[in-house]
Design a protein around this ligand. Structure first.
Ligand code: HEM
Ligand SMILES: *[C@@H]1O[C@H](CO)[C@@H](O)[C@H](O)[C@H]1NC(C)=O
Ligand SMILES: *[C@@H]1O[C@H](CO)[C@@H](O)[C@H](O)[C@H]1NC(C)=O
Ligand SMILES: *[C@@H]1O[C@H](CO)[C@@H](O)[C@H](O)[C@H]1NC(C)=O
Length: 318
């Protein structure tokens, strides 16, 4: 009897420890099962950016929009099914989220090398990092071992992804909901050093905004009319939109943010104003804070262990 209890104790303890291990993402997760993973993803990202520099920005944003909706679980990559409407047509994503084909191509190459082994969520996390590095930004070590969700929700995406007309308190609340701080908000918004935004997303800011340089507003008004041209694009960083640097923060100091939410970070709040000034003055400070923020964002609520699945095609459940 005593040995029976001892055995039970050993099993329960072992199980508890293996569960604890399973829940930790770790860089070496595929070290044996898919040793070529990192180089396959890197090659795919390099090829895509060589083809079109903007795609680096799109991949970074795709990861952000994945993580903010019930965790980094590849949910954004799922197409609609009979049982759910997915995230691709949510307000923030419709006619806007892009890079799905790049992830598909990388996934196909990963499947060839290591079938049914690597999650789409992990591929997206790696692709976002590689995109930032390729465009001149900082690097960080991506923990791996996420699994893919089996459902997606447009409603959840509508609720969780912050909109560009939010004020600072709402932006902070949106990030706090994900366990991210005010500092993370300011540092991660620096992602807008790359990429573009549609007219519809900054029209109110350039026509009615109270905290925008007048000549900057005017020059944008000449491109984005009061009505129409909703899908016309302008760069967030009008000087180096395909180079990852701290110019974004210098533009905020000059009241030359493209969207309202960005200028909210430098609009009289002492804490965020100081952070914007710090990152504008010191690229290294920005890079370090951005990498730290990305690590935190990439770790939001992953599915691990036996939860979810390893999708074979990122667009649908197996
Ligand atoms: C703080 C709240 C944020 C708001 C309100 C916001 C809003 C937006 C908007 C409105 C666009 C333009 C979309 C379009 O017109 O189609 C955009 C683009 C972008 N966002 Fe954000 N964003 C936020 C935070 C972030 C974060 C945390 C990241 C990544 C770490 C990020 C990365 C990007 C990138 C790279 C683009 C350009 C994408 C492209 O050119 O394809 N954003 N964002
Ligand atoms: C998404 O965009 C398409 C094309 O502009 C539009 O027809 C459709 O109504 C939009 N869907 C939603 C849910 O807004
Ligand atoms: C989410 O946003 C889209 C696009 O604006 C809208 O059509 C839809 O009704 C919203 N809500 C849900 C639950 O999908
Ligand atoms: C600017 O504000 C006015 C008054 O509230 C409103 O009628 C108008 O639609 C707004 N314009 C834009 C482009 O948001």
């Amino acid at each position: 009897m005593a040995s029976y209890y001892f055995l039970l104790f050993v099993l329960v303890t072992a199980f508890a420890f293996s569960e604890a291990d399973d829940n930790e993402l770790r860089p070496g997760f595929y070290g044996h099962s898919c040793p070529k993973l990192l180089s396959i993803v890197k090659q795919g990202v390099l090829k895509a950016i060589h083809n079109e520099a903007r795609i680096g920005a799109s991949l970074l944003r795709l990861h952000f929009h994945d993580c903010f909706v019930n965790g980094c679980d590849g949910s954004i990559l799922l197409d609609d099914t009979n049982s759910f409407i997915g995230e691709k047509t949510a307000v923030a994503n419709n006619n806007s989220a892009r890079g799905f084909n790049v992830i598909d191509e990388i996934k196909a190459n990963v499947e060839k090398a290591c079938p049914s082994t690597v999650s789409c969520a992990d591929i997206l996390a790696l692709a976002a990092r590689d995109a930032v590095v390729t465009l001149g930004g900082p690097s960080w070590e991506v923990g791996l071992g996420r699994r893919d969700s089996m459902r997606a929700s447009r409603g959840d995406a509508n609720r969780s992804i912050p909109a560009p007309f939010l004020n600072l308190d709402k932006l902070k609340a949106s990030f706090a909901n994900q366990g991210l701080s005010e500092k993370d908000l300011v540092a991660l918004s620096g992602a807008h050093t790359i990429g573009l935004a549609r007219c519809s997303q900054f029209r109110a800011h350039i026509y009615n905004g109270t905290n925008i340089d007048p000549s900057f507003a005017k020059s944008l008004q000449s491109k984005c009319p009061r009505t129409g041209n909703d899908n016309l694009y302008q760069p967030f960083d009008f000087q180096t939109p395909t180079h990852f640097d701290n110019l974004y923060y210098k533009h905020l100091l000059a009241k030359k943010a493209l969207v309202h939410s960005d200028q909210e970070l430098f609009n009289g709040n002492p804490t965020t104003d100081k952070l914007v000034q710090k990152y504008a003055n010191d690229n290294q400070e920005f890079f370090q804070a951005f990498a730290e923020g990305m690590l935190k964002m990439s770790n939001i609520n992953p599915l691990t262990g036996s939860k979810g699945q390893i999708r074979i095609n990122c667009r649908k459940n197996n």
